[in-house]
Design a protein. Sequence first.
Length: 146
Amino acid sequence: MKIVFVSQFYSEDLAKLGKLIFVREDVSSHALIANSIGVATINGTIGLEALSMAKRCITFAPQWYDGFDGIHRIQSVMDVADAVDLMMKKKRPNPQATQVAFSKHFVELEGLGDNNYTGKDYEHICRAMWSAYNDFSSLDDRKWEV
């Protein structure tokens, strides 16, 4: 199997850990998630992809979607152990629109803090994002071919 990785330095160090399989860049995230017990990411939308496939996700940086059931923001070794335990037990996440809230970090990062958004505005944004998430989840598997 040919190993394709961004940095040879990191791939060599990670390979020493064992039990890791490196995949080609052209392998779809859908296929990887479908055949996994869960996902781990620093940031990005892969966590939402995992949730849309009823998989849990470990994140190592703040995400706007941290509040969803099934997203495990890691701040300690025990957080990792707890998240992996749920993944191993195949405990399906149950994300709900009411779990989404924009964190102070997100608001500052996106430059929204200088605007006069009200709580109702944030609620509307969260509900619109949740609606988009539900629409995406209801699409058939062709959505992964984009």
